[in-house]
Design a protein around this ligand. Sequence first.
Ligand SMILES: Nc1ncnc2c1ncn2[C@@H]1O[C@H](COP(=O)(O)OP(=O)(O)O)[C@@H](O)[C@H]1O
Ligand SMILES: N[C@@H](CCOP(=O)(O)O)C(=O)O
Length: 304
Amino acid sequence: MSSLSRVICKVPGSTSNCGSGFDTLGMAVSLYNEICVEKAEAAGDDSFGPDIFAKSEMARETVAAFFEESGIAPFDINIRIRGDVPQARGLGSSVTVRGGILGALAELAEAGWDKEKLVEVITKLEGHPDNASASILGGFTVSRFVNDPAKVEAVTQIEIDDSLRLIVVSPEFEVLTSASRGVLPKSLDFATAVSSINSVSCVVAALASGQYESLADAVHDSMHEPYRLKNIPGGASAIAAGLSAGAYTGWLSGSGSSVLCACSAEFSAQVMQAMRNAFTEAGLESVGRDLSADNTGLQILSCE
Ligand SMILES: Nc1ncnc2c1ncn2[C@@H]1O[C@H](COP(=O)(O)OP(=O)(O)O)[C@@H](O)[C@H]1O
Ligand SMILES: N[C@@H](CCOP(=O)(O)O)C(=O)O
């Protein structure tokens, strides 16, 4: 057992799918949670945040997965979380929780896990790799799987510079990813599949080449957005308003409820205002954030 008693990780939130890249594309964003894992016998006060272990099934499931996967004998811990990633808004909060717990525990227990191992285990827990790859590795990520999205085979990571602004607007209500996956169709017709491949290829080409202006009008998703956006009042209008105000393109962030428009810095203020107005017109309060990509991913902030 290591002599460490407390480890703190910083983990960025993420926007995933990026249109039709369902379960495949993700981007870490400059919005963070910090997760502190401490041995129970060394527990500090609640100034960092209250211990969530007893209250959070997700935390307990993640801790159990760590001990099972590592083969290390379980020990008692406290888990504290603070930060700015809103819960159940399509910004990958669950991965910040799981990633922070696993990253910190792996240090605390000297498990020798690298970031690829973290992505593998989080993907198994989440059932899809898109948010896990982005938040742990940073940047824009393309995750490879064959048939089973819970088993990630490889990840390509691409840096995105901060000239690309990500205007994220989150309406006041929560969407649980598990519930939002339930509204999706079981099959798609051929024309929809072809048009989705076209859209997602254009997004990947624009982001990988750094030619962000070629994102213009790139996202035309008919795989998941129509089924989900109809349950988010103002969501489709917010994306349309952002495009009219000068954004290159826009998408439903993850499974929602946030929507995102990508634009150059000169348009960010007017794009955000237009998007927020659309939610106001739909009768919803919203929070707007002008973000960039995070190219670092999970960081260990301190080990004591
Ligand atoms: N700060 C937090 N503290 C405790 N649990 C959290 C926190 N953030 C997220 N979670 C857990 O993650 C769930 C949301 O995950 P999910 O439905 O996948 O949405 P998201 O799009 O935010 O990842 C919450 O219901 C909660 O169980
Ligand atoms: N590919 C997943 C992504 C869910 O992201 P989240 O941030 O909403 O958890 C999906 O679309 O279900």
